[in-house]
Design a protein around this ligand. Sequence first.
Ligand code: MG
Length: 346
Amino acid sequence: MSATATAAGGTVSAFTRPDMANALIEKSAYLLDMDGVIYRENALIAGARELIALFQEHQIPFLFVTNNSTPTQEDLVVKLAHLGIPDLRPEHFYTSALNTADFLRTVQPSSTAFVVGEGGIVSALRDAAIPNDNFRPTYVIVGEGTPTIEKLNRAHELLERGARFVVTNPDNWCPVSAEKTRPGAGALAAYLEASSGARPYFLGKPNPFMSACACKRVLAGRPDLTPADVFMVGDTMETDIRGAIEFGLKALLVLTGSARLEDLRNYVYQPTAVLRDVGELAAAIAAGTPLENFYERHGLATAGNTAGTGTGGTAGGDFRERPSAERHQKSPPEIQYRRARPAMTK
Ligand SMILES: [Mg+2]
């Protein structure tokens, strides 16, 4: 696979903080978003396989962290094995469904729930011994899925009667392909919020409870590491990057998913660093060499709110035209959305 060449010989071009390189191997742990970071449309993104192999080889703690509440941990083990990343275990995955179950178990262990959702959320609540309740639940829980109108009507009735409103994740839409999205749990929650007047509470990224639980898991058995040693690697500013920054984690943005470089100026929070893809992170770890500044390398303004200004409007568009982009399995022009989309979350 071309990703091998990427990991071994690809350019390393990302970091804005010179002190970060030394932390890459010796004292660090990684939380990894999946869609847009590890794979896209059932194909691995360049460097993903090599990155996980490096983590496994060097016993670097890592955990996949996804807002998709539909799959179980076992489902994700199988999916990544089919995509070409073997030897993972269920404990390598943490979903917003598990985060929702952890939340209810923490705040009210004796609660019951009416669930609008499928797969992972149902399984997570069962494992947490939170009973299903169609009559007088403590919580109405909305997750990803394709509910019937009857199910939504029942959820509406229960919310009107006073059930508390919890949603597994705030994503209004989810990518299906480069050209297609589907409504997410956030959109379903908006429907029920409009009908019932109940205000939803969102688990998953960027809720700090998600970051806290994920950190606890990835750092289990590693008393030498703290959350300050944890990197979050993600493609979405509103969820991955915001959730990391607000919890005090280092945030690496990759440009293989939803975020575009020229969009960074629209956010009050900023990633610690920007990477073209996870292949660059794999190359950095493998080489153990200092990392160049992404913005300088691509002739852009320094990170943050000035990205895309004072550079003749070349931010983002400039690097995409470079031949090196062709080495990627899903090069940036192929994955860019053609029309403006609403924010991933409120
Ligand atoms: Mg993503």
